[in-house]
Design a protein around this ligand. Structure first.
Ligand code: HEM
Length: 345
């Protein structure tokens, strides 16, 4: 712990030998899995939206000086779009155990970009899941994970996808499965009551951080006090979200966790938890999801627009550049998944 040398921190990106080849193999594999799926082609992961909503990101005037970089540099309120999702690459029912996603697109952002590409030149995306650790270490492991999925889809159809995922972990990576993979998958009462983590690291100016969105207590007010009274239907998560937003707005705190212990907080292995007792998250902004009637014609049209969008961690300012191998892999995979589903629609 202690003072950081900024250059050392960001130099810790350390691509392993053969990574570029593994990344290209992953691109081909995800495209193959998408081609074997239903039409119109959906996102290669997180295919089912459980809510597409308008929001505002209010930078916290009381944030510490060491967080004042990129979109958190000055006191400001940004318009934003939020897409909640289930983790699967298919339209699976909300009742099924799964990871849950939250993707935020902050609008009207200017400054040097992490990556120049057409479209999304003035947005900052934050793409998260409701668990702090990612189950796969690097591009090489992800390639094996995808090969296992594709093999069992080939043998058993779409049902083989889950079996292929499980058999990647068991028996060779059983510890990793028990520590991360198994815990990542669960049921959820509402998209608004989950905490969502970046899982992988990012820059915040000269430092490395992970970030997360922490729900406020107001977000659970529309839920029955007794979980056994919850609605259990294929679209229960979008229904619960609509019920809440019809009555009132929802709020999350945007918090960042600095990498202040290089040994226990690796850049290149997102299966490792960054311990919050070693580095306590600090608040930088409040996200307010506006009150809305999600069944109105305007909301339905907006939903269609958001489904065609791309949320990508590389839609980012240089001050928020994604770090580590899993993020380098995502740079190519998200681009190609978006391109393929747009070409097929
Ligand atoms: C830190 C780890 C990761 C997190 C937190 C994460 C989270 C998410 C979320 C929330 C979405 C939905 C975005 C939306 O609403 O449009 C998404 C999409 C996607 N993810 Fe990930 N993901 C991670 C790693 C990966 C990896 C390693 C791969 C594969 C190499 C991957 C492949 C995809 C694909 C193909 C999409 C759909 C892209 C599109 O067509 O727009 N993800 N991810």
């Amino acid at each position: 712990m202690g003072e950081q040398d900024p250059r050392t921190e960001l130099d810790l990106e350390n691509p392993p030998h053969g990574e570029a080849e593994d990344i290209e193999a992953c691109v081909r594999l995800i495209q193959e899995i998408m081609r074997l799926g239903p039409r119109p082609m959906m996102r290669g992961q997180h295919a089912k939206s459980t809510g597409d909503v308008k929001a505002r990101l209010i930078v916290d005037p009381a944030r510490p000086a060491e967080t004042r970089f990129g979109i958190f540099e000055s006191d400001r309120t940004y318009d934003a779009i939020v897409r909640f999702s289930n983790g699967a690459g298919s339209m699976s029912p909300d009742t099924r155990a799964d990871a849950r996603g939250m993707a935020i697109k902050v609008l009207g952002v200017s400054g040097p970009r992490a990556f120049e590409e057409a479209g999304d030149t003035d947005t900052q995306d934050f793409v998260m899941i409701n668990f702090p650790q990612f189950p796969v270490r690097n591009a090489h492991e992800y390639r094996k994970f995808m090969e296992s999925r594709l093999k069992y889809i080939g043998l058993l159809g779409q049902a083989g996808n889950a079996i292929g995922q499980l058999l990647f972990f068991v028996p060779f990576r059983l510890g990793q499965f028990l520590r991360v993979g198994r815990k990542l998958i669960g049921t959820s009462r509402s998209p608004l009551v989950e905490r969502y983590w970046s899982m992988s690291p990012y820059r915040l100016g000269p430092r490395a951080i992970k970030f997360s969105l922490v729900p406020h207590p107001v977000n659970s007010e529309a839920l029955p006090a007794n979980p056994s009274k919850d609605v259990h239907s294929a679209d229960q998560l979008s229904r619960v979200l609509a019920d809440h937003l019809r009555a009132e707005e929802a709020r999350f705190d945007f918090v960042v966790q600095f990498r202040n212990d290089p040994k226990s907080m690796p850049i290149e292995d997102p299966t490792v938890l960054w311990d919050e007792s070693i580095s306590k998250p600090v608040k930088v902004a409040t996200l307010i999801i506006d009150q809305a009637d999600l069944n109105s014609p305007e909301s339905i049209a907006f939903r269609k627009e958001v489904e065609a969008m791309s949320f990508n961690p590389w839609h980012a300012l240089e001050a928020h550049r994604p770090l580590g191998g899993i993020n380098r892999l995502r740079k190519r995979v998200y681009q190609e998944s978006t391109k393929l589903r747009r070409e097929s629609s």
